[in-house]
Design a protein around this ligand. Sequence first.
Ligand code: ADP
Ligand code: MG
Length: 250
Amino acid sequence: MVSAEDVHKSFGSNQVLTGVSMQIAAGEVACVIGPSGSGKSTFLRCLNHLEQIDQGRIIVDGSLIGYRERGDKIYELKPSEAAAQRQDIGMVFQRFNLFPHLSALENITCAPRLVHGEGGASASRRAKELLDRVGLADKASSYPSQLSGGQQQRVAIARALAMEPKLMLFDEPTSALDPELVGEVLDVMKELGRSGMTMVVVTHEIGFAREVGDSLYFMDGGQIVESGKPSEMISNPQQERTQAFLSKVL
Ligand code: ADP
Ligand code: MG
């Protein structure tokens, strides 16, 4: 589903990604851990072309992301074309980014109605199903300010799912939450992973990675230092940097 090959990315003279490769099968839950500043968010943003890349290529479900190849030349896609690719890739951020003036239901129906031209009745029916799926069937008419952080994040997940993405990207979805609200969001993500969604999850929740992840990547200094099966890597990390990082977070 995802093939990232030798992705390089700099901001000015700051080389943030120096050759990141990742192969993710359909239905796989790939977890990414690593210290702050190691390039995790930048890599996720490259996967849906919120960032340009300097070298390498990213293919999602057979489509080259962000660029078009003509012979041996590569052209960047127009913003409208990149936006069309992005519709298939859901993203959930650390901050929930819900529209404050729209209800939970309206937050979810907004994009399908505007982008897919879906009718109001159909969009509302699907939004209610999604709210039910994330355990918020009774919050359809609540505004974000009336919801806890965990509830807002679950609405944000439902909103991303409303576009029926092929791939879901999560960037530290629980790190802005009060500790007692983390579990309810992880439970929704767990269910999603078990339902067969392909997911890339940047997280500090090592327990989640161990339980739900099919693969685990440790990033440091813009590279993948180590990857493998989560349980094996967590209990028996091979690289010194992975050992040092895990000893701090476990
Ligand atoms: P992580 O998510 O692992 O904490 P990031 O991908 O956010 O790391 O950041 C990696 C590096 O890239 C940091 O040094 C950060 O300052 C830099 N960086 C990220 N985004 C930008 C940007 N838009 N402009 C300039 N530098 C950036
Ligand atoms: Mg980050």
